[in-house]
Ligand binder design. Structure first.
Ligand SMILES: [Ca+2]
Ligand SMILES: [Ca+2]
Length: 480
């Protein structure tokens, strides 16, 4: 077994998991074809804005993953106020994916005078180590009431606690469906890779009846999409999977940082692939999405499931993790070795890669930062852009997908029936890790949140760049 450079092992654990250069497919167009936009910086100094949402008060609302806050931003002046400070309540690990994450508004039904609620997900610390992994962090979804006078979030109420959390692959996108249910993505916690390489990957593990009775969500909710009643209970019409009804609607996911509904109810999802195969999926309740048996399509190209935790006779803990070399003691499984059924993606990014692909690109050799050069682009959010009068020309019925490694935002044009991606456009290339988008109500302005730190490809050379153009910001791209 060859060893990877120590520097890679050191860097790898956290910052790297957000995978990216894009191997552009033939259908991807260059920025030259995009409509004209003016670009401005609306706000800076945020602590890793994770979710940005246009609120019912016509302000932008941002969760701050590392800032441990919810912040309200005036979309005209950029002036901001703190709506909620979770310092001392929520936890974030330096360079980790945990912290204050998902956010969704619930406004009163039209014509009623009820409260406006905000649902929020965040990581908290416990003293209870989980079985097998020993993890002591958990995640909760809590409901807050919007105080319309002070523009702050008050009266917290826990909705669902004890969900998986940790430093890697949190996913953590939260949406309120028109069916009045919460939809929430839970990542595979980075199990079977990097610093968690000896943790078994539980994206395929399903809940037992006993775990439902004991509300023991920690293991089986990893790598899943959940559908949740507003009081945290399990919807009676959730699918029965393997004989058990739980919050789980789909399984076999890696890191679903993108989730959004189209007005017709279609739920789109984006998830980060390993070295290849970032995926765009349509969520169909009751179904398996393949991970970790399959990445992208079941084509046996540039991916095998290497199950480190099952290493024998050498136990995993005596091995040194490598993305490039797998010891003989680690079981390796081809995609076609697994015969189960799964829902393939409607599109993938970074897929045009064969088994002869060189994942040790010399451009990324310094410091062993090979992951930066891998074909994945690390989709970090997905927002459906609807048809609307006065919106950006040509954009109706598209998915807007931010990326972490590729320094760009992709617009994926959908077919009329919304079941296929027909073309891709790459927008707004810069040296930034783009995290999420929100649209102004007239559809003319796209707000984009950026990470504070981490690696991205230099837009010219494709080599790793460590400095970011606009760390911890909200950028505004206004269609001319
Ligand atoms: Ca999949
Ligand atoms: Ca594949």
């Amino acid at each position: 077994m060859k060893r990877i450079p120590a520097a890679l092992a050191a860097v790898s654990a956290l910052a790297l998991t957000c995978t990216a250069p894009a191997v552009a497919d033939a259908s991807t167009t260059s920025p030259s074809g995009e409509p004209g936009f003016t670009r401005s910086v609306l706000a800076t100094g945020l602590g890793d804005p994770y979710e940005i949402v246009w609120g019912p008060d016509n302000h932008l609302w941002a969760t701050e993953k590392s800032g441990l806050k919810v912040t309200r931003v005036d979309p005209t002046t950029g002036a901001r106020t703190t709506a909620l400070d979770l310092t001392g309540t929520a936890v974030h690990t330096a360079a980790g994916q945990d912290g204050v994450l998902g956010l969704a508004f619930q406004t009163p039904r039209q014509g009623t005078s009820g409260s406006t609620y905000v649902y929020l997900s965040y990581t908290y610390q416990t003293t209870t180590p989980a079985p097998v992994t020993g993890e002591t962090r958990r995640l909760k979804i809590a409901r807050y009431t919007l105080d319309r006078t002070t523009h702050t979030l008050v009266s917290p109420k826990d909705i669902l606690t004890g969900l998986p959390s940790g430093t890697d692959h949190q996913s953590a996108r939260l949406r309120l469906g028109s069916d009045g249910k919460l939809y929430y993505t839970v990542g595979d916690q980075g199990a079977n890779q990097l610093e968690h390489y000896c943790n078994p990957n539980w994206a395929q593990r399903l809940l037992t009846r006993s775990e439902v009775e004991h509300k023991d969500w920690f293991a089986a909710y990893q790598g899943k999409i959940l559908r949740i009643n507003l009081d945290g209970s399990i919807p009676a019409d959730n699918p029965v999977i393997n004989g058990v009804r739980s919050h789980i609607i789909t399984y076999g996911h890696r890191n679903s940082q993108g989730l959004d509904f189209a007005p017709n109810g279609t739920l789109y999802q984006a998830e980060q692939g390993p070295k290849t195969d970032d995926e765009i999926n349509i969520v169909r309740p009751g179904h398996n999405y393949g991970w970790p048996y399959v990445a992208g399509y079941r084509d046996d190209q540039a991916y095998t499931y290497n199950n480190w935790s099952a290493s024998t006779p050498t136990p995993c803990k005596d091995l040194t993790y490598s993305d490039l070399e797998v010891p003989d003691s680690v079981p390796q499984q081809k995609e076609t070795d697994w015969k189960g059924s799964f829902v393939p993606p409607i599109d993938t990014l970074g897929t045009s890669v064969g088994n002869d692909y060189n994942f040790a690109d010399p451009k990324c050799a310094e410091g062993g930062l090979y992951f930066v050069c891998w074909p994945t682009i690390a989709p970090s959010s997905l927002s459906y852009y609807p048809q609307r009068s006065g919106g950006i020309r040509g954009w109706g019925n598209s998915l807007i997908v931010t990326t972490l490694k590729d320094g760009s935002v992709y617009r994926l044009k959908l077919s009329a029936d919304g079941r296929h991606v027909v073309s891709r456009e790459r927008l707004w290339t810069s040296q930034n890790r783009y995290r999420d988008t929100a649209f102004s109500p007239d559809g003319k302005t796209v707000y984009v949140a950026t990470d504070n730190a981490g690696l991205v490809r230099n837009p010219s050379s494709g080599a790793p760049a460590t400095t970011l153009d606009n760390p911890g910001s909200i950028l505004a791209f206004h269609a001319k």
